[in-house]
Ligand binder design. Structure first.
Ligand code: SF4
Length: 465
């Protein structure tokens, strides 16, 4: 019997009963990225316990984050929210003197309707430090979307008009870094190599080496990156004027994209995300096409990267992968892995913005057609219980999942990869494609090495009473 393959992507939505990190976890990478920031999470011990455990060894490194733990008196409004927060923020100012304090609203502040957005401007004026409010709570968002709420709030803080060219240059930290140690004339000569195009600002928090790599990739095409949101320091947030072009590097930044378009009147370049050599090439090509630039040497570059990945590709070609879904990187990773020769029956994802991810979805569809594999089913707000039943039926070669299910599945003979590592590893750009495959193939390599021991299933099939 032949089963007709659907020719368009199939979207489903389940119950939202799934495991993921709380979005307040974004403080873990954002305080490291924005060096002069301090993150204050206003919540309960529940939030504190989560952060303390999820951040692992980082909590011993005097992180620039803290919990403002709400007490009974705060919840019953016997204490004055404003005075309490003022006391804490003054202490932070005295001890750490940051350039910005980011308040992270939590489930509790939502439920008791603490007016953080209203309190912040007053307190900001009183203590003289900018206070940015992001409601990154578990009621509304999942994991990486926490960064999205923080960046959307920061987009409002980017300066809009800077008259003097010197300050403009000063704010463009990445260009300063690229021309570090060069003479004035050399820099001037180099800037003439850029094509004349409207300013471009990229958004998404990436480790500094990846920021430099992507900036240099665009530079090779003559495209100048005027700034990144976020920058290394809060005081270096990029200038955003009406009509600037913006482009995202991560699939979970849809609110930031909306804030940039609606509030800052920027033009969004909707491109696939620079994950995997295919995604990176498509991302650069899309930016080039918007600025009317003919991309140079990209096909060769992509080919070289694929050739260098062959040892890993051999391991995964023809294998199937199942994404349970918890960090919103799933569609981009699946698209890359299908291009690597894998099949993917299901992509679970916490939230799907079909407009912001439009170009990525189109590339996924095109990739499946070109590789001759069935289109995956995309399950928004998945139900982990149902997914486990489907995993039993499908018996995929690899399941990308959270820590809650990883060991139980392994014990039942199903290979798993812990999904959170994809958020912390460097996965963007041409050169980091290897790192993605290193992660994906690790469980396969390990289980291959241990296969002869005959211990692949450690749970009794049926419990006998
Ligand atoms: S889900 Fe809500 S209560 Fe739980 S850690 Fe996150 S913000 Fe705190």
């Amino acid at each position: 019997m032949t089963v007709a393959q659907p020719d368009a992507l199939n979207f489903d939505c389940e119950t939202g009963n799934y495991h993921t990190f709380c979005p307040i976890s974004c403080v873990a990478w954002l305080y490291q990225k924005i060096e002069d920031s301090f993150f204050l999470v206003i919540g309960t011990k529940t939030c504190g316990y989560f952060l303390q455990n999820a951040m692992g060894v980082m909590i011993f490194a005097e992180p620039r984050y803290a919990m403002a733990e709400l007490e009974e008196g705060d919840i019953s409004a016997q204490l004055n929210d404003y005075e309490e927060l003022k006391r804490l923020c003054l202490q932070i100012k005295r001890d750490r003197n940051p350039s910005v304090i980011v308040w992270i609203g939590t489930c509790t502040t939502e439920i008791i309707k603490m007016d953080l957005e209203g309190l912040a401007p007053k307190l900001e004026a009183e203590i003289g430090i900018p206070i940015v409010v992001a409601r990154a709570n578990g009621l509304d968002y999942a994991f990486t979307q926490g960064e999205d709420t923080v960046l959307a709030a920061m987009a409002a803080r980017c300066p809009s008009k800077v008259d003097n060219e010197a300050e403009k240059a000063e704010r463009n930290a990445i260009q300063r870094l690229l021309s570090f140690g060069r003479k004035q004339e050399e820099v001037a000569q180099e800037s003439s190599e850029y094509v004349d195009h409207p300013p471009l600002v990229l958004f998404g928090s990436l480790p500094d080496p990846v920021v430099t790599q992507l900036t240099l990739e665009l530079k090779k095409q003559g495209i100048k990156v005027s700034g990144w949101l976020p920058a290394k320091r809060y005081t270096e947030l990029p200038i955003l004027e009406e009509g600037y072009y913006v482009c995202g590097v991560n699939p979970f930044l849809s609110r930031t994209a909306t804030a940039l378009m609606r509030r800052r009147k920027c033009k969004l370049i909707g491109a696939p995300f620079p994950i995997g050599p295919d995604g990176t090439r498509a991302w650069i090509e899309k930016i080039c096409s918007v600025f009317g630039v003919e991309p140079q040497g990209l096909a060769d570059r992509e080919q070289q990267i694929w050739a260098s990945l062959e040892d890993y590709l051999k391991l995964i070609r023809g294998k199937s992968i199942f994404f349970m879904g918890d960090n919103l990187l799933e569609v981009s990773l699946a698209r890359f892995l299908i291009r690597c020769g894998m099949t993917c029956p299901e992509i679970g994802i916490p939230y799907m913005d079909k407009r912001y991810q439009g170009a990525e979805l189109a590339l996924l569809e095109q990739t499946c057609q070109e590789m001759g594999v069935p289109l995956p089913r995309i399950v928004e707000k998945p139900d982990n219980y149902n997914q486990i039943q489907r995993i039993y039926e499908l018996q995929p070669d690899l399941v990308i999942t959270g820590m809650a299910h990883a060991n139980p599945l392994e014990a039942r003979g199903i290979n798993t990869k812990w999904s959170v590592e994809f958020t912390f590893a460097q996965i963007h750009g041409f050169t980091n494609a290897r790192d993605i495959l290193e992660l994906v193939t690790r469980p396969l390599r390990r289980n291959l090495a241990l296969k002869d021991l005959g211990w692949d299933k450690l749970v009794k099939e049926e419990a006998r009473v």
